[in-house]
Ligand binder design. Sequence first.
Ligand SMILES: NC(=O)c1ccc[n+]([C@@H]2O[C@H](COP(=O)([O-])OP(=O)(O)OC[C@H]3O[C@@H](n4cnc5c(N)ncnc54)[C@H](O)[C@@H]3O)[C@@H](O)[C@H]2O)c1
Length: 328
Amino acid sequence: MAFLTNEKLVIVGAGGMIGSNMVQSVLMLGLTPNICLYDIYEPGVHGVYDEMCHCAFPGANISYTVDPKEAFTGAKYIISSGGAPRKEGMTREDLLKGNCQIAADFGENIKKYCPDVKHVVVIFNPADVTALTALIHSGLKPNQLTSLAALDSTRLQQQLAQEFGVQQDKVTNAYTYGGHGEQMAVFASKALIDGKPLSELPLSDERWAEIKHMTTQGGSNIIKLRGRSSFQSPAYQAVKMIEGAMGGEPFKWPAGCYVNAFGFKNVMMAMPTVIDKDGVHFTEPEGTAEEMAALQASYEHLQKMRDEIISLGIIPAVEDWAKDNANL
Ligand SMILES: NC(=O)c1ccc[n+]([C@@H]2O[C@H](COP(=O)([O-])OP(=O)(O)OC[C@H]3O[C@@H](n4cnc5c(N)ncnc54)[C@H](O)[C@@H]3O)[C@@H](O)[C@H]2O)c1
């Protein structure tokens, strides 16, 4: 089987639901044969390793470990879903303290064992803040680390497609930016439905409010329906992000990235982005005054979460970030 690269990919949290699905997706898409599965729970990651061996993917060279040194040494790409998921009734923010501590250790392991890593994708929630924590502690350049934010936009796309009875990929230019929490900012003023501007189609204020609600609550709805946090869609989208970074098809859904521009400072949040072999590139979102106000509110919410982990001592005060990461 031909692979996109032979470089080492580490999947952190590989014993879990997203992690195990990512291993399978990477091999099915032919990204790299060299995959190391890392988790803190040995039976879980051992079981995933056995299952992947039972798939008998031609050319695969899979290993597993619970030792971070063994896992991270020589890694060129990393995707991490290694953290606690939320349960019914919890918001992503309820995971803040525990998962940000995990993110700090994750960043330290990158700095210690694989400072030459090319790209890292962070999934575990609250993803904008765990990713920021990992970036500060890792010492990486901002364009080398992104967080998974695409599902909010794919959920918006699904809702609009269902509303107008079109195939899902016929909905374009509809995205969410800002935080990957319920305070995300929905941008649909430039949306096209099978080529027609959304603004010219019949859509009542009530239906639009419902679509926005279904978008922001898309993750909670999966927990209600399936009794657990989503795992197939985050696994697939995160693997597509790393495919872009490996030099495959560029990834064009919004990704969380470090933003210090356009009036936003020192946060990670979803922007119009492309991930390619040079990392993540972002541009300024364009929207109506209402959309831009929603983005500003989302940014302020992210600043509050960032300041909370500063007060917990998980990351230093903003003015001291350069001591941990000279690229910031
Ligand atoms: N960004 C997104 O769009 C998005 C979407 C869905 C879920 N998530 C988040 O992804 C994370 C993982 O979800 P899941 O359903 O796979 O959970 P899971 O519980 O099935 O798997 C998590 C795995 O991480 C491991 N783990 C915990 N701490 C670790 C550490 N310090 N180092 C390495 N591994 C560790 C666990 O042992 C477990 O195997 C959760 O935080 C969830 O909220 C994010």
